[in-house]
Design a protein around this ligand. Structure first.
Ligand SMILES: Nc1nc2c(c(=O)[nH]1)N[C@H]1C(S)=C(S)[C@@H](COP(=O)(O)O)O[C@H]1N2
Ligand SMILES: [Mo]
Length: 316
C-alpha cells in the first residue's frame, strides 16, 4: 500500500478534544513521562507503552515498510538545530524559551497574492494529517517520525505562484537574542533551504506543525518546519519565517558553507558518498543495527520521476 493512503487522516479537533479530556483527567503529564522513558522497540512489546502511544494519538507503531517509530524521547532529545548549538543534546534546553506564538510566515516573490500567514490561523485553516516518514540525516543516522502536518502545496496555492516561478526558497528565524548558536560566525546565517517548484508541490512534501500528535517542540522546529522525506534531513528546514518563489535556484546555507560537500538536490542516495564518508548504510536511532540506506530514502515510487534524465552524481 502506498504511504499516503496508509496514513490515517485525523482532524485536528480530535487531537485537541482528546488532549483537553486527558488534561481534565490529570493524566497527560503521567503519559508524557512514561513515553519518555520507553524506547521504540518497547513500543511493540510493552502493553503499558501501547497505552501511552494512544495518549499521543498516534495511529501507527511503524511506517508502511514496518520500521518502528523512533521514541518521542529520542526525537526530542537528539536534534540538529545549529541556530541553538552544533551539539545535538543541548538544543532542547537552549531552545525551551523560544517564542513560537504569534509566529508569522511571509510568502512572496513571484506570486500574484503575497501574504503574511499567522501559523495559529494556518493550523485552523488546513486539515492536519499524520504522516509517518523515515528521516535520514546526511551524517548517517535515521529516525522514523510520526509528523503532524499538511502539504506545502496547500499554502503555496493560496499565494498563486506566477508562471515564471520555478524554485522555492525558505528562511529560518534569525534572532540572536533567542538563538545563541547564531554567534557561531562560521555559518552564513540565516539558515536557508530551497526546492524546485515541482518538488515543493510533490504530495510527500509537507509543512509540519507537530509530531506524536502534539505541537512541535522548539528543538524540532516549532511552530512550523519543512519535511521532505526523500532528501537528507538538512533540507527539512526548521522555524520558517519566510518563503519566496523565485525563477533562479537559491543557494542554501550548506551550499554556501561547503559547496564541494552539499549540493542543491541532496536526494538520499546510497551510491553517492559524502566526500568524507559512505552513505550506503545508516544507524537507526534507538536500535543497535545498521540499516541499508535506500535510494530516495525508499520513496522512489513517489519521486524518482522528478529526476529522470538527470545525472545524480553531478546534481547531488
Ligand atoms: N533552521 C534549521 N533547520 C534545520 C537544521 C538546522 O540546524 N537549522 N538542521 C537540519 C538537519 S541537519 C537535520 S538532520 C534535521 C533534523 O531534524 P530533527 O532534529 O527534528 O530530527 O533538521 C534540519 N533542519
Ligand atoms: Mo542532518
Amino acid at each position: 500500500m502506498n504511504k499516503i493512503q496508509s496514513s490515517e487522516i485525523t482532524p485536528e479537533h480530535v487531537y485537541f478534544s482528546r488532549r483537553d479530556f486527558l488534561k481534565t483527567m490529570g493524566v497527560i503529564a503521567a503519559g508524557t513521562l512514561s513515553v519518555a522513558a520507553c524506547s521504540s522497540s518497547k513500543l511493540e512489546s510493552n502493553p503499558d507503552s501501547l497505552v501511552d502511544n494512544e495518549l499521543f494519538e498516534v495511529n501507527a507503531n511503524s511506517d508502511e515498510s514496518g520500521a518502528l517509530l523512533t521514541s518521542y524521547q529520542d526525537i526530542t532529545s537528539y536534534t540538529n538545530y545549529y541556530e541553538f548549538s552544533t551539539s545535538k543534546k543541548v538544543n532542547d534546553r537552549l531552545s525551551q524559551n523560544l517564542v513560537t506564538s504569534p509566529w508569522i510566515v511571509s510568502i512572496g516573490g513571484l506570486v500574484n497574492k503575497p501574504k503574511n500567514f499567522d501559523v495559529d490561523d494556518v493550523k485552523k485553516m488546513v486539515d492536519l494529517q499524520e504522516r509517518v516518514y523515515r528521516m535520514r540525516c546526511v551524517e548517517g543516522w535515521s529516525m522514523v517520525i510520526p509528523w503532524i502536518g499538511f502539504p506545502l502545496a496547500e499554502l503555496l496555492k493560496q499565494v498563486e505562484p506566477n508562471g515564471s516561478a520555478r524554485f522555492v526558497r525558505f528562511e529560518t528565524l534569525y534572532d540572536p537574542e533567542q538563538m545563541p548558536g547564531l554567534k557561531n560566525k562560521s555559518f552564513p546565517w540565516p539558515y536557508v533551504e530551497g526546492l524546485r517548484l515541482d518538488e515543493a508541490y510533490n504530495e510527500l512534501t509537507i509543512l509540519a506543525t507537530g509530531l506524536y500528535g502534539r505541537d512541535l517542540s522548539p528543538q524540532n522546529g516549532a511552530p512550523i518546519r519543512l519535511v521532505v522525506p526523500w532528501k537528507y534531513g538538512f533540507k527539512s528546514i526548521k522555524g520558517i519565517v519566510k518563503i519566496d518563489l523565485l525563477d533562479t535556484m537559491p543557494a542554501s546555507l550548506w551550499m554556501q558553507a561547503a559547496p564541494q560537500e552539499y549540493g542543491f538536490y541532496a536526494n538520499v542516495n546510497p551510491e553517492v558518498n559524502h566526500p568524507r564518508w559512505s552513505q550506503s548504510t545508516e544507524r537507526r536511532i534507538g536500535d543497535s543495527e545498521r540499516w541499508p540506506t535506500m535510494m530516495f530514502n525508499g520513496y522512489s515510487d513517489q519521486v524518482a520521476h522528478l529526476y529522470r534524465g538527470m545525472d545524480l552524481r553531478k546534481d547531488f
